[in-house]
Design a protein around this ligand. Structure first.
Ligand code: SF4
Length: 486
């Protein structure tokens, strides 16, 4: 019997049992061992994919090791971001201050790597001893002639979301310093895709085909110069709203660039995101090319998705992710595959996010904010899903409890965004849920008794395109809506 901490009860809802709003957006309860990372980690994951910048962690080596290459974000050029430089503060610096060491480290690294800019992350101990990181950054910036930007990311400052905000503030220092004269009339920025497995490239291809210029992908496959000129775009598309809304709001406030929240996970949301941009520009050519692209891509992936749906129909999934927008898209994508979401949780959802999540989930779905491993284990045991979708911290929970796992976070190597991403997702879900290994897990095997339709793994071929079933489908059993008029 696993119990939920008394102070956390209001952060958990079971749809259909209560209409009160879910309590969220607050500090984690002490001792609950939250799944959230610290503010420093929040900053680091957001800025990390800027590949031609130097990222220096001012603090003990443990902080730098903790999130070294954490996202595995891909770069089409420089790879400097994949290093984790640290000032490796020791007892002596904790007593006498670490400014001297920081200045020396920055000097050596800038001389050696010649980065376009440098970000300096403050960790907990730096906040405790009171190093004047800003002053050191100003001085090094003057001496070396590049932007050296402090990131106010002391781990204890707040939640991971506080770190996101600090990262946005730091990145914004570069915005507005570049030349925008070469940017065309249909320019957009994509905020909140981190190019973990090449998603930014895939999305960029879609827009380019539609005739929309992607000025900056922030921060997936990011570049310092792109950030400098991103204020020349006409529209900001924000995917990871938890991490990037603050930057989008700054761009809206100072450069009058409107923002739209979008998602590139799932067929419906990808199509909606493409149409959102196409309609914004009010250019018939752009809209027509977008329609052609959506029709072609849906026609390409639809037949195979239909086959997966026939096998996965009725299976149950649990998901726990960082941002709410990903949760919305996953619930819809699972629905498209005939699966029911029995647990949906996020680390950083807002009251509006949870209201929407409740709307799209079925009755009985457990909705949880800022959960912890014990709670998640409790719900997995109780709800008995066939699949758990999460990140690196949720993986061991799934494995220990004998549940199939799908990584939808930092560690994946196959892109799950866009139309072909949906196909990759369906293949992965199918492979995990239908794996023959479950017959050796006593709890799963016992459940399968008397349910012969669920147990035998059904072989499915994985053609990129199934012949004879092309054309644009209106829906998969009525579940898919990708019309431009939607
Ligand atoms: S910044 Fe603080 S909370 Fe974050 S990893 Fe370092 S010591 Fe831990």
């Amino acid at each position: 019997m696993i119990n939920v901490l008394e102070q956390r009860r209001a952060q958990i809802h079971r749809k259909g049992e209560s209409t009160a709003p879910l309590v969220c957006d607050r500090k984690s309860v002490a001792g609950s061992v939250t799944q959230r990372a610290c503010a420093f980690c929040g900053s680091r994951v957001v800025l990390y994919p800027i590949a031609d910048a130097l990222h220096v962690v001012h603090g003990p080596i443990g902080c730098a090791a903790y999130n070294w290459d954490i996202r595995g974000a891909l770069s089409s050029g420089p790879q400097l971001h994949r290093n984790s430089f640290s000032t490796d503060l020791q007892e002596l610096e904790v007593i006498y201050g670490g400014e001297k060491k920081l200045k020396q480290s920055l000097g050596e690294l800038i001389d050696h790597y010649r980065p376009k800019a440098a970000f300096v992350y403050s960790t907990c101990i730096v906040g405790v001893i009171g190093d004047d990181v800003e002053a050191v950054c100003r001085q090094v910036s003057r001496e070396k002639g590049i932007d050296v930007i402090p990131v106010a990311s002391e781990g204890f400052r707040g939640t991971k979301k506080t770190g996101y905000q600090a990262a946005c503030e730091a990145a914004y220092k570069l915005v507005g310093t570049g030349d925008t004269s070469s940017i065309g009339p249909c320019g957009i920025n994509i905020l909140g895709d981190f190019n973990i497995a090449g998603e930014s490239w895939l999305i960029r291809r879609y827009f380019e085909e539609a005739g929309i210029e992607v000025v900056a992908t922030i921060t997936g496959d990011g570049r310092v110069d792109d950030l400098r000129r991103c204020h020349g775009a006409k529209l900001n598309l924000v995917q990871c709203s938890g991490s990037m809304t603050h930057l989008a709001k700054l761009l809206e406030r100072d450069h009058a660039i409107p923002m739209r929240r979008v998602s590139f996970f799932g067929i419906e949301d990808t199509a909606a995101a493409l149409y959102e941009a196409a309609k914004f520009f009010d250019d018939p050519g752009v809209l027509e090319r977008t329609q052609v692209l959506v029709n072609r891509e849906v026609g390409r992936v639809y037949p195979e998705l239909k086959r997966y749906r026939a096998i996965l129909e009725g299976k149950k999934a649990a998901l726990y992710v960082g941002g709410a927008f990903k949760a919305f898209s996953l619930v819809k994508a699972l629905k498209l595959l005939g699966m029911k979401t029995v647990l949906a949780g996020t680390q950083t959802g807002s009251p509006e996010d949870y209201a929407l999540l409740r709307e799209i989930c079925d009755d009985g779905t457990v909705i949880v904010d800022d959960s912890n491993p014990v709670e998640l284990a409790k719900f997995i045991l109780e709800l008995d899903p066939d699949l758990f979708i999460g990140g690196v911290k949720e993986r061991p929970i799934a494995y220990k409890l004998g549940v199939g796992f799908c990584d939808h976070n930092h560690e994946r190597k196959i892109p799950l965004a866009g139309f072909e991403g949906m196909l990759h997702f369906a293949r992965e879900v199918h492979a995990s849920v239908m794996s023959p290994v479950w017959q050796f897990v006593p709890r799963r095997a016992a459940r399968a008794v008397g349910q012969p339709t669920r147990t035998p793994p059904t072989p499915v071929n994985h053609p990129a395109h199934a012949p004879g079933d092309g054309g644009r489908p209106a829906s998969i059993d009525g579940a898919l809506h990708v019309n431009s008029e939607d």
